[in-house]
Design a protein around this ligand. Structure first.
Ligand code: ZN
Length: 65
């Protein structure tokens, strides 16, 4: 997860890089990941939360299709 720049205006560490969330297009901070750690898709904290909530809804069978 990448913290949004609107939440964190200054990088928490010099190796944070300003980038854009592929999901929502907002500016956020790309942090280097520990070795061996994999993420399926890079997204900001808000998109990650939304994705987690949507996954939860699907588990409960509340699909809106
Ligand atoms: Zn996003």
């Amino acid at each position: 997860m990448m913290p949004l720049r609107k939440n964190i205006p200054l990088p928490g560490s010099p190796d944070w890089k300003l980038t854009i969330c592929l999901e929502c297009g907002r500016e956020c901070w790309d942090r280097p990941l520990p070795e061996g750690y994999k993420v399926g898709r890079k997204m900001c904290t808000e998109c990650a939360l939304r994705a987690a909530m949507e996954a939860q809804n699907e588990c409960r069978g509340n699909k809106t299709i």
